[in-house]
Design a protein around this ligand. Sequence first.
Ligand code: BGC
Length: 768
Amino acid sequence: MSDIWSVETKTLATNAEAVMRNGNIYQIANGYMGYRGTLDEYGRSELVAITLAGIFDRVGEAWREPVNAPNGGYTKIAVDGQALSTLTSSVSSHHQTLALRNAIFGRKTSFALGGKRVTIASERFLSAAEPHLGVIRYSISSDRDADIVLETGIDGDIWDLNGPHLPKLSAEMHGDTLVVAGITHEMGKCVAVAESAAIGFGLEHHRVDGNRNLRVVSFKAEAGKTYSFSKYFAVCTAADARDKTVPETAIAVVRMAKAQGFDLCLSAHNEVWAAKWAQSDVIIEGDDEAQHALRYSIFQLLIVAPVDGSGNSIPARALSGQVYKGAVFWDTEMFMFPFFLHTCPQKAAELLRYRIRTLDGARRKALTEGAGFRGAFYAWESQETGDDVCTYFNIGDPLTKRELRTHFRDKQVHISGDVAIAMWEYFKLTGDDSILLEGGAEVILECARFYYSYAYFKKEKNRYEILDVIGPDEYHERVNNNAFTNVVARTTFEIASQTALYLAETHPKAFKDLVQKIAITQELPLFAEAARLLFVPEPNPENGLIEQFDGYFSLRNVPVEELKSQRIHPDEYLGAGQGLAVPTQVIKQADVVMMLSLFKERYPTAIKRANWEYYEPRTEHGSSLSACAYAMVAAEFENLEFAYKYFLKTARLDLDAKYKVYVGTVFMSGSHPAANGGAWMTAVFGFGGVNANAEQVTISPRLYKSWRSLHFKLTYKGDSFDIHITHDSVAVMAEASNQQTRRFCIWGQTALSIPGKRVIIDRAEKVA
Ligand code: BGC
């Protein structure tokens, strides 16, 4: 590895699969849009896409998905009449890089053309300071004189899974600015891209070529001279236009950027990036591989964090394309949210605002799903309104080509509690009740109300049960009393009662208004009762095992590999009606172990170990959400070799991009922000042993043997701490601007962290 702050390759991707995987690995994004890691001259067949956050469209009966904007980064050259492309021309060298420090994608390619060597190089970034803006610097040189035709502009012919979403593109030139605009099918929303370039050489003219709006520049390149230019593009949608039309809004952004020039745009961008890393980097001394993979994972989260005030969240495949319909899953609250909560709470709040904004969608779903329920049943796959876009037939069978009925949408009820828990965690760890007052309390109460209407009261057992659900393990559908789901539901009842109590005491007026608004007075005492009487599968007193759901232990016990060897097709789905895993104990992903990792304070280490040892050999890890849960729990009972192996598996997932591309017949490729969040959690919670609650921050480190130290920043209750862990000591440095002395518990010892002071606890003190 040449540099742990970059990703690079000198191998040119020449087949479609490698181009697709590189598009994921080298993507850049700025929360507003993601730009796949494709080369300047690429088009639709190479899966070029600029995927936008928060704007969706549906064409006919196909799946609704995010809109991809026309590619304002397009540039291609022809030398002596021959168009250059890495895919068709003779390439003598290629080098592409992704700078993690500031999300700059770069490439340099030399072509051998009948005795000439022509080199093109470019760098691009999506501005972290101006979310609509993309900036590119492009240069050309030839070792002999050459006739060059450069075309650069906006390419409207872009990759879509279920598009095109902007069917009739208009191509215009406004002064020196190119504009391509279109209107989405479903909602008639305008998307416009403007482009401007400062090209100081050759003869320029304007050409519209199909869906491409281009400036074409012809020039005679002198041997050895480099011809460089900067170009700027801006993407705006109907949601961004205030006092101007959408195209005018985009034009204003590029004109402003062009007037500032490349260097100023870059320094504004770099400044934001420097602040991001200062808040969220994790430094592992002694292990470059782990460091690189973890940094890449953190980078992936930083590039997709929603723009402040956008009310957007992070989809399961982030902004790497339209896979998974650009939808938000529980992945966000359970796997990504903790990173933001502990490093950048304002982004965590933004993620929660998205759920507040989509509460009505969750209410609609509760009313209309199955027999109809009360409260908020959040979408399994959520877009901008919160209505569920998960279809009842969500997976295709590669053998029969038939769609399989899956119950992710109607039975994966833990989603509501996942959202409610995140709301409460935010309040607990920041001490900031603004999110509760902005609608978070309403979300929590409505989620509790949903579970109350979903649960059954079994009179003869004097307990509530939750029947007919899917837990995190999607291979077992329609099960009863899934341990994870029941604990999540019980927790939701508990926090609903705590929320009501807190608001009644501290914000009586807001509480009264809320109770009136959602007419919940009579139900509130029922939540407390449900929390008490809800059945939760407990560890068996003899062996400590928790049954994943009623009857799980009676299923056939088949080794995972043996089961997989029975597949007829490699992409065959193991769950749904007839799936191979259904009658067996083989599970798709961490379920009981996910529960043990999420509710770590409720279960002793021995129970964690017993269940981990039982469930791990039965887990296929068929979801990118699985490995980190097993890694974190393994770290708790000090199986550090396993924890490390699965940490790397999670952290390297997107870097290696060797994941499955199809599940059944559904294309799944793209980035995995939940795994990225899982990598951060495994480093900080797993190896760092950090566990914050409303009273204190506990740190019980168990560093991996090759790690000399682990160093990171933590935000807790609005204060910021620099934590430095070695095998023998933990140092906590409180920032001078911290408001209060905070309590830490390190290796079982209480340590008070005073603003501006460092406190060091040695491991020996614990032993003594
Ligand atoms: C997993 C879900 C996850 C979804 C999106 C599925 O394969 O089973 O738990 O939410 O992918 O990442």
